[in-house]
Design a protein around this ligand. Structure first.
Ligand SMILES: Cc1cn([C@H]2C[C@H](O)[C@@H](COP(=O)(O)OP(=O)(O)O[C@H]3O[C@H](C)C(=O)[C@H](O)[C@H]3O)O2)c(=O)[nH]c1=O
Length: 176
């Protein structure tokens, strides 16, 4: 696995090793030793699947507030997304900055979202499935969020959303 740092401290683009042969490929998606060697202490305790029927479905920007902040290991198993991470940590040199990465089901690449960051994505084609490894269990009532178009972040999405939940349209503006 190759861990590429981004401008957000602790946020990585991860390229699994694809073991190709005449049948296709095999890829290791998580290994505690490889993550620890990359300086990431992360143990998935919950795995989620997000099925998205339409292109330009937007989910996010989500996070759980402290002390239940959650790290996430995100990848596409079918289709493609524009994946966005926003740094919400006031102490971070990248505070309020965002990174955007295209993930597809073709290369098994992943984004590691550290605690203290918001996460969202826009699907780039229909029938897109997104798999998440979560570093903390889901706690209803502790889910927080900001709008995808919050002026505090200035995220440059490749397309306007065609499908988005009322919850994700209803988040209050970032107060910072
Ligand atoms: C996250 C989560 C949700 N749920 C329930 C709560 C709702 O009844 C239903 C859908 O939840 P939600 O609308 O929050 O799902 P998404 O809008 O896809 O949010 C997800 O996508 C964005 C991009 C993320 O980064 C989050 O990890 C995740 O919240 O599943 C659970 O039962 N367990 C869970 O871990």
């Amino acid at each position: 696995m190759r861990f590429q740092p981004t401008k957000i401290p602790g946020c990585f683009l991860i390229e699994p090793d694809l073991r190709r042969d005449g049948r296709g490929f095999f890829a290791r998606l998580y290994c505690p030793d490889e993550f620890t060697a990359a300086g990431i202490e992360f143990t998935p305790v919950q795995t989620n699947l997000s099925r998205n029927d339409r292109a330009h479905t937007l989910r996010g920007l989500h996070f759980q507030d402290p002390p239940l902040a959650e790290a996430k290991l995100v990848q596409v198993v079918r289709g493609a997304i524009f994946d966005v991470v926003v740094d919400l940590r006031p102490e971070s040199p990248a505070y309020r900055q965002w990174v955007g990465v295209e993930l597809t089901g073709e290369d098994a690449c992943q984004v590691f979202v550290p605690e203290g960051c918001a996460h969202g994505f826009l699907t780039l084609c229909a029938a897109t499935d997104v798999l998440y490894g979560m570093g903390r269990k889901y706690v209803p009532g502790h889910a927080r969020g900001y709008r995808f178009d919050d002026a505090a972040f200035g995220i440059e999405w490749p397309h306007a959303p065609a499908s988005i939940s009322p919850t994700d349209l209803g988040w209050a503006p970032f107060p910072g």
